[in-house]
Design a protein. Sequence first.
Length: 199
Amino acid sequence: MIKKLTFAILSAAMIFVSCSGDKTNTSASEETTKPVVAGDSFEPTTNIRYYNLDSIMSQYSLCKDLNDVMAAKQNNIESEQRAKTAELQRMQQQIESKARNNGYLTEQSYNADMQNFQSKYDQAQRYIANLQQEAAIESANQQQQLLDSINNFLNIYNSTRHYDAILVKNVGEYFNPALDITEDIVNGLNARYPAKAAE
């Protein structure tokens, strides 16, 4: 679930890093000495690189650890849901069995059991809903943590490279493979992230 949500949020946000390289104002005399270049022979001066988000998601240790945490939380929710469902089914079967065997001497006693069952059902619903809400909040916090980590690294990374932009490559888009810096980013992110084994 975190991976899909994380991918949706991160792929929707193209991360641009402004170049902080030397940009000096040219004098009027320098501008007049530049030759006029024909449109067909103009070479773009924008210095752009890109990275593949899927590779970041699958290779960045922080992302793997966050996915493990969310998978464990989701498994816990499903386990709790199964336990509550089994408990409610047992209660329902007991009430039905008692009713079939004339175990209720009065309508009031039957209604009391039904009210108790409804109360247990409502409690179980609220309990599972609370667990799911907590998981959703934690997932959102983890997504922000991941995004902040990548953005912070890109700012540091670009402070020595001075690219005009670092883009996220989306499915179906083409970029020259020579502009791919995914491996650099993955290695840099993992170098900054303390692995569990080192803790």
